[in-house]
Design a protein around this ligand. Structure first.
Ligand code: PLP
Length: 366
C-alpha cells in the first residue's frame, strides 16, 4: 500500500529533524513508563500532571458537592481539580518526617466526616519534593474506610518506598513532566492506573469523550488532555537518562548535607530511614532563626543578590485565599514549614562551579 494521505498532517519538518520524532511516541512512551514503574500498572500520557489529577478524581467518581480529603502542604495543582469537579476539599496537615499528610489527622477527619454522614469520596496525597510519604499507613486507612486514594507523585518519578515506586500505591497515581521536574517533556504528565479498562476510560475522557464512530459523536463532557506526540518523543528519549538525573540530584543533596553538616539551626529534609528513597527533586532546608541568627528570607535574599534562585516552601492550601472557608485538620506543621523553609538550587545540570558559588554565597551569612 502507498503511504497514507492524511486529512491534515502537521508540517514541522525542521523541528522534527532535531528531535528524534516518533510517530507512535505516545504509545511507546506509555509502554516504556509501564516497564519503568512496574507493578503491572497502566500509564496514560497526558498534557499535564494537573490534567492527570483531574481525570483521577473523575474516575474515582468525585462529583459536585462531594468531599475530598487533600494534603494542605502541596502545590495548588493537587487541590485545584477538586474545585473543577465542584467538590469540597478538606485539608490535612503534614507530619514532621516526610512533610506529607499526617495519617493520624487523616483518620480523625474521615471519622468526623462519616459521623456527619458525608463520607469522603477520595483522598489526595503528595510526595513532597520527591520524598515518599508515610504511604503504608495512608494506604491502610484508605482501604479500611474504603475510600479511593490518589497519589500525587508529580515530582517523585523514581522515588521508592520499600523498593516500590511512588505513584503505584494508590488507586490512581500521577507524575508531572513540566519544565522544572526531574524529567521534562516541556509540559506533560501521566495518570497511573490499575487496569486496561481504567486506562481506556482515561484516554476517552482525555480526547473530548469522542465515541467510536467514523464521525464525531459525543455523549459526555470530555477534555483535551492527551499528550502530544512531540512531548512524548522528548519523554521517550529523556527516560533513558532518568537514573543519571536521580543520581545527580542525590549528589546535590549530599553536597548540601556536607555544607550544613555542623551548623546547628539548619536542617535538611532527608529520608527518615532506609525504607525511603527520594529522587531529591529539590533539596530543602529549614532555618531556625534563633540558632543561626538569620531567617530563611535573609538566606533567600543573599542568594538572590548573588544571582542564585531559591524559593520558599509551599504555602499551605488552607492559607490560600482561593480555598477560603474550607475545613482544615491540623496544627502548625505545614505553616511552620512555610515560614522556615527554602528550596535550594537542585537541577541535575548544576556544575561544580555553580556549587562553589552557592557555597560562597551561603558562607557570607554563616
Ligand atoms: C508539578 C506539580 C503538579 C502539577 O503538574 P503539572 O504538570 O505542572 O500540571 C502537581 N502537584 C505537585 C505536587 C507538583 O509539584
Amino acid at each position: 500500500m502507498r503511504a497514507k494521505i492524511y486529512l491534515s498532517k502537521p508540517d514541522l519538518e525542521e523541528v522534527l529533524d532535531t528531535v528524534s520524532f516518533n510517530e507512535n511516541s505516545v504509545l511507546n512512551f506509555e509502554v516504556a513508563l509501564e516497564k519503568y514503574i512496574g507493578f503491572n500498572k497502566k500509564v496514560v500520557a497526558l498534557n499535564s500532571g494537573t490534567a492527570a489529577i483531574h481525570l483521577a478524581l473523575i474516575l474515582a467518581g468525585v462529583q459536585k458537592e462531594d468531599v475530598v480529603i487533600c494534603q494542605s502542604f502541596t502545590f495548588v495543582a493537587t487541590a485545584n481539580p477538586i474545585l473543577y469537579q465542584g467538590a469540597k476539599p478538606i485539608f490535612i496537615d503534614s507530619e514532621n518526617d516526610t512533610w506529607s499528610m499526617c495519617p493520624l489527622l487523616l483518620e480523625q477527619a474521615i471519622k468526623n466526616c462519616i459521623s456527619q454522614r458525608k463520607k469522603p469520596k477520595a483522598i489526595v496525597i503528595n510526595s513532597n519534593y520527591g520524598m515518599p510519604s508515610k504511604i503504608e499507613a495512608i494506604v491502610s486507612i484508605a482501604k479500611f474506610y474504603d475510600i479511593k486514594l490518589i497519589e500525587d507523585a508529580a515530582s517523585a518519578l523514581g522515588s521508592t518506598y520499600k523498593k516500590q515506586k511512588c505513584g503505584t500505591f494508590g488507586d490512581f497515581g500521577i507524575i508531572s513532566f513540566n519544565e522544572n521536574k526531574i524529567l521534562t517533556t516541556f509540559g506533560g504528565g501521566v495518570l497511573i492506573c490499575k487496569s486496561e479498562e481504567e486506562k481506556n476510560s482515561a484516554i476517552y475522557l482525555a480526547t473530548q469523550a469522542k465515541e467510536e464512530y467514523t464521525y464525531y459523536q459525543h455523549s459526555e463532557i470530555g477534555y483535551n488532555y492527551r499528550m502530544s506526540k512531540l512531548s512524548a518523543s522528548v519523554g521517550l528519549s529523556e527516560l533513558k537518562n532518568i537514573e543519571k538525573y536521580i543520581f545527580c540530584r542525590r549528589q546535590i543533596h549530599l553536597f548540601y548535607s556536607e555544607l550544613f553538616k555542623n551548623i546547628e539551626g539548619i536542617t535538611l529534609h532527608k529520608e527518615p530511614n532506609q525504607d525511603y528513597f527520594s529522587n531529591h527533586w529539590f533539596t530543602c532546608v529549614l532555618i531556625n532563626e534563633e540558632l543561626v541568627r538569620f531567617s530563611c528570607e535573609n538566606l533567600r535574599l543573599q542568594l538572590l543578590k548573588d544571582n542564585i534562585e531559591s524559593r520558599q516552601l509551599w504555602k499551605p492550601m488552607h492559607l490560600q485565599p482561593v480555598f477560603r472557608g474550607c475545613s482544615y485538620y491540623g496544627e502548625s506543621v505545614s505553616e511552620n514549614l512555610f515560614e522556615k523553609g527554602l528550596c535550594l538550587p537542585s537541577g541535575s545540570n548544576l556544575t561544580d562551579y555553580d556549587k562553589e558559588r552557592i557555597k560562597g554565597s551561603v558562607n557570607k551569612l554563616l
